[in-house]
Design a protein around this ligand. Structure first.
Ligand code: SAH
Ligand code: SF4
Ligand code: F3S
Length: 462
């Protein structure tokens, strides 16, 4: 039975919620929604886990090791629960959706398990957990987009903005359609309003998010329409998006990117494999030829654009020849970066029934070959930028040396440069002096392209 309202513990604004986020940017964005929902109920966010009344883990299920990490983390959290028996622990996100009530098993430190479409129920479930009842809410929705909830953002210049949720593609290896449910899009108007608000609060970059962001559709507006509308809010705001599916990478979308200077010339376009046989088994719905034709179109209309991808090594039945095709495709596209993964079998997906046929050692070797090849290409691409001048958005001090700034180019490359009187959120013109596979180094230049000053160590390498 639910406790009576009068018996509820007194809520004061000193109640603290702590959230740890795993997985993709959709989860990062969802965590801000969760904090907003909790904040309405009187909770303040904290970065100090030891001070929290509620601990949430917003989890990922994409590969087995992502879930193992959460099991490990829950074991650590027992320590906090012992210190504070009134502590409420919640597992949210994709693993909550996939593992469900097993997470609540007796003796488990977990009090509430809440899937990605049920975050509005959090305050109630947490309230009940304070009285010792465990809570589970994992129903997926066809309509929930949290359209009316203003995310509680902490970062000062870059914002993530979910524009659609779910995925209808059903790639055979992937849990996302099961953990996130069916595709649904937010209204264009509500997204544009949110971007206006971000502009008024001095945000300098927004990334439109969706598992399949370019299949966005709302009231007849497609993703290209949305991108144009968002870019038109404020030319000083850079607009990025991720993740796009090769099948939905339309000419109209590429042309829209050409038409607005503040839409970043960077596309994350996961290919997964270079072998048509494997692509078909994966149900990716395109061939390597179609993919390469899309890349050629991007190169033609958006010269200088940067491209990155996701690749899976060792999908069931992958042969050496399939793997070689992947390597060849990587060489052809000359990506600027790749996120690479060993295939991880996921229960209840279609690929699960295909077994895990590629030996672990072979998977590891293939993955390493992909990584090595990509590192060489990234390094070559970055070398070719030495001597060019890039517009860099300053996003904070460099991790290695606080006398240096870190920023990003339009093409999403990290640039390190000596710190002057620039400020976070400012655009600075930087002449690139040096490059590695992951990072560019340079110096600020004036309007005529003259370097303001050159530190000795950079001069030595130039
Ligand atoms: N929606 C995006 C990516 C979602 S998940 C897309 O369509 O590409 C991010 C990446 O994780 C995928 O692109 C894929 O490369 C990888 N991935 C997904 N399931 C996986 C699995 N079972 N094993 C290994 N990698 C996987
Ligand atoms: Fe998963 Fe495929 Fe959907 Fe991406 S498009 S989220 S890989 S099912
Ligand atoms: Fe992971 Fe879910 Fe994102 S499975 S990658 S957190 S959509």
């Amino acid at each position: 039975m639910k406790p009576l309202a009068l018996e509820l513990p007194v809520r004061t604004d000193t109640k603290k919620v702590y959230i740890e986020t795993y997985g993709c940017q959709m989860n990062t964005s969802d965590s801000e929604i969760v904090l907003s929902v909790m904040n309405r109920d009187g909770y303040q966010p904290t970065d100090d886990i030891a001070a929290a009344d509620v601990i949430f883990l917003n989890t990922c299920s994409i590969r087995d090791n992502a879930e193992q990490r959460i099991h490990g983390r829950l074991t650590n959290i027992i320590y906090y629960k012992r210190r504070n028996p009134k502590l409420v622990v919640g597992v949210l996100g994709c693993m909550a959706e996939r593992v469900r009530k097993d997470l609540l098993k007796e003796g488990s430190v977990v009090d509430v398990v809440v899937g990605p479409d049920q975050y509005r129920a959090l305050p109630e479930l947490v309230g009940e957990a304070l009285f010792g009842s465990k809570g589970l809410a994992v129903k997926l929705s066809r309509v929930e987009t949290y359209d009316d909830i203003i995310p509680l953002r902490t970062d000062g210049i870059s914002a993530w903005l979910s524009v659609m949720r779910g995925c209808d593609k059903f790639c055979t290896f992937c849990v996302v359609p099961f953990t996130r449910g069916r595709e649904r899009s937010r209204s264009l108007e509500s997204i544009v309003d949110e971007v206006r608000d971000l502009a008024a609060h001095n945000f300098r970059e927004v990334t439109l998010l969706g598992q399949n962001v370019n299949s966005y559709i709302s009231d007849g507006h497609d993703f290209a329409d949305l991108l144009a509308a968002v870019a038109d809010v404020d030319p000083r705001i850079r607009v990025r998006y991720t993740t796009s599916h090769p099948q939905d990478m339309s000419d109209k979308l590429i042309e829209t990117m050409v038409s607005r200077g503040n839409i970043c010339k960077y596309i994350h376009l996961p290919v997964q494999s270079g072998s048509n046989r494997v692509l078909e088994l994966m149900n990716r719905t395109y061939t390597a030829e179609h993919y390469l034709e899309r890349v050629a179109k991007i190169r033609e209309l958006l010269p200088g654009a940067s491209l990155s991808t996701d690749i899976i090594a060792g999908f069931p039945t992958e042969t050496e020849e399939d793997h070689q095709r992947t390597l060849r495709l990587i060489e052809q596209v000359e990506y600027d970066g790749a996120y690479t993964f060993k295939y991880s079998p996921r229960e209840n997906t279609r690929a699960w029934a295909m077994g895990d046929t590629v030996e672990e050692k072979v998977k590891g070797r293939r993955l390493q070959e992909i990584i090595d090849l990509q590192r060489d290409i990234s390094s070559r691409n970055n070398q070719s930028l030495v001597g060019t001048i890039e517009d860099v958005l300053v996003d904070g001090p460099s991790k290695k040396d606080e006398h240096e700034w870190k920023g990003r180019t339009d093409t999403n490359k990290v640039v390190i440069f000596p710190r002057g009187d620039e400020e976070i959120g400012e655009y600075v013109r930087i002449k690139i002096r040096k490059a590695t596979a992951a990072t560019l180094f340079g110096n600020p230049v004036d309007a005529e392209g003259r370097e303001k000053w050159v530190p000795l160590e950079l001069l030595a390498t130039s």
